[in-house]
Structures are given as C-alpha cells and as structure tokens.
Design a protein around this ligand. Sequence first.
Ligand code: PGA
Length: 248
Amino acid sequence: MRIPFIAGNWKMFKTRAEAKAFAEEFAKLYTGTDVKTAICAPYTDLQTLVEAFAGTGIGVGAQNVHFADEGAYTGEVSVKMLEDIGVDYCIVGHSERRQYFAETDETVNLKLKKLLEGPIRPIMCCGESLEQRDSGVLFDFVKSQLEGGLAGISAEDMKKIVIAYEPIWAIGTGRTATPEQAEEMCAFIRNTLIDMYGEEVADEVIIQYGGSVKPANATDIMNQDEIDGALVGGASLKAEDFMKIIDF
Ligand code: PGA
C-alpha cells in the first residue's frame, strides 16, 4: 500500500521571513491527513522550516545537493550539511537543473548514491520536452533517464527513491498534462522499474506527477492508479492553495 506523497517545490522563491510566515499559516491549516507532505525550499530557508515544522509531521526537502563528501566546490552544499539541518528529502535532477546547471544522468546517479548512504530520501525527476513528445521518443527518453540515473542502485535503495514525472512542457506553463497522459507515463515508469527491479520493489515506489498541478486539477491527477503524489511548484507558494491540493 503506497501512501500518497505531495511535495512543494518552492524553486528560488521566499526569504526566511516569508518562509516562516508560510510555515505558521500552513502548520495551522495542516491537521494531519493520510497524505504525506513536504516543502522543498532554497537552502537558506531549510533551517527555518525544520524548526517551524518540528512535531507537525510536515517534511522538509532541499532542491539539490553535491555528490562529494566535502571539498573545494565553491557554492555547493553536501549531503552531510543537509543531514545536519535535519532535512528529510532532496530533489535530484529537476529539469531546470538539467537545463540551466548542466545536470546529467551521470551527476544525478552520483547524487542519488551519495544521498542513499544516509537517511535523506531522494526525489528523482524525469520527463520529456515537447519536441520529444511530439516526435514520439518520449518513452525511450524517460527510460534512458531512469536507466542512467538509477544505474548501480540496489533494489533495497530503490524503495527509498521517489520518482517525479515532470513533462518539461507542463512545468510553469499552466499547460497540465491530461490525467491520462500523466497516468500513461507513470504506468510506463512503473513497468520500467518492474523490468529493472522486479514487481515487489516497483510496487513500493512512490511515483509523483509534476507540472502545473493546482487545486482545480489535483483530484483528477491523484485519482489515477499509478500516480501516488505530486510535485507542486507555483501552487505550493501559497499555504491555502497547497493545502487544497493535499486535501484533493
Ligand atoms: P509547476 O512546477 O507546478 O509550477 O509547474 C512544478 C515543478 O517544477 O516541480
């Protein structure tokens, strides 16, 4: 039985004061549901959120991490540093990082392996561009992202990874994938995981959909069999909207 997991991705939004105001409002609205939730925030907001959400059951996630233990990597943050703050999740391989910050399947793989040495659960993103969808290579492309990103990761570790399917053309565009399009790819992802890890492992993996999820479409998306959650960008910035999505 997979417990639904809906995470917010704040991207590069919110100062500490704004994060604190959100957390106070959201913690009041959130009375505990059957849905697990977390906010993935900028590094500078993580401590504030960990403190504000203590004892509420609301998780906190980072949006990126480096794969080395430590070293001369100016501007980077290590897994140990995130663990020290008490972060629960870390997004890896978001399409914006692939597009603007040279993230590749190889670096995704290294980051996943480093995170899996400790307690932080990775949220690994995948998803095709509009050109890839229109030219029909969408399934091959997502399969290659999964095979590259997950190379050498054990079945036991795979159970800790959340997969977020985020078609690039649906991110921040207001153009959500239809529930059927999202379900089709999430089912394909689960089948790929069955091929790679067997049914028992694939059955346990949480697969989220992301891309213009909002209160108005959350129910239709969450009602799909193979979609176990959502990664929510824009609509996670307002506590009331995000709460409505969790209450789908
Ligand atoms: P969006 O972003 O909900 O604003 O489309 C989703 C994401 O990039 O995780």
